[in-house]
Design a protein around this ligand. Sequence first.
Ligand SMILES: Nc1ncnc2c1ncn2[C@@H]1O[C@H](COP(=O)(O)OP(=O)(O)O)[C@@H](O)[C@H]1O
Ligand SMILES: [Mg+2]
Length: 334
Amino acid sequence: MEIARRRKARREGESREWTDISESMGEAANLESDPTEAELAREAEYAELAEEMWDEDESKQSLHSDMDQQTDNWTWMKEKKFSRMFKEIEHRLEGVLGVGKFEWVDRRVFDQVFDQRTLLAVYKLMQQGHIETLDWPIARGKEAHVFHATTPNGEAAVKIFHTSNAVFKGLMQYIEGDPRFGGLRRRHHELVNIWVRKEHRNMMRMAKHGLQLPTPHALFRNVLVMDYIGTDEGPSPRLRDVDVPDPQSVYNELLDWLRICWNDAELVHADFSEYNVLWHHGEPRVIDVGQSVTKQHPHADEFLVRDVTRLVEWAKRQGIEAELADAMAHVLEG
Ligand SMILES: Nc1ncnc2c1ncn2[C@@H]1O[C@H](COP(=O)(O)OP(=O)(O)O)[C@@H](O)[C@H]1O
Ligand SMILES: [Mg+2]
């Protein structure tokens, strides 16, 4: 029904050229360089604000009530330029629209993930040739959804960060109507975009130092495209979900990963665990580096100890005689 409605809206749209939209979307920032002082300051300010305002129970509530009340998230689609754009990419979104092969996809997921700016970002990446089709959802998280995509050069994973998620909703209640925070709606989007840029940058920096992880292909706003780690059957399992044949060598390899990351890339993963390592063709691949910070971060040491502790605990569960003190010494030894 929804699709029929959109089709109708589409028919009603005249054939106005909409290149104006993509032009106004601007270009992605310089991603290779380290963040500027100003960017870092802004990031810290936003992160602090987000933390201050975050109330888990409250935002869960508002997320659900919002979903129940959601009647039409697509009003904006009726605007001619958008219906025209959507017409152009609709067939490339079949897998996430719940039509075609993957009818099990929850419509609410689509509504939750693909707001106007996100769809525009996906469109932009399609235009640039980084995404051909979005095929099926791989995973759904609090901050992001990950989708399988096809590109002109093969497969890819597309991580789409929520811009209208619970965090945002939770924040907005405190912000709307408070004249001191005018403009924060926009700034929240900036916060999400900065987060995605940070993940991208961290990936590039880690890859530069030879660390195994999916290679990033492109990003635009809240959408990050990277290597798909998996097969035709599905994404590679998390280390959590597999019995590895030789845990000792996996332990050694991951400990080296942390060592190189710390000493050479001068980064700490900061959410290292068996949930953020995929087991791919007999090799570990570390993922999820959005929260990774540089050595200079005031909590970098704490994060490093936590990462190493998680690895050691995993190793112990595999029957390996691992010790935190030895592991830390190895990582710090350079
Ligand atoms: N490049 C990828 N290839 C295949 N699956 C991936 C890829 N990146 C993430 N995933 C899947 O998506 C899940 C969530 O991704 P992750 O980056 O860990 O996000 P979150 O911040 O939600 O934890 C992962 O546990 C993994 O199963
Ligand atoms: Mg994760």
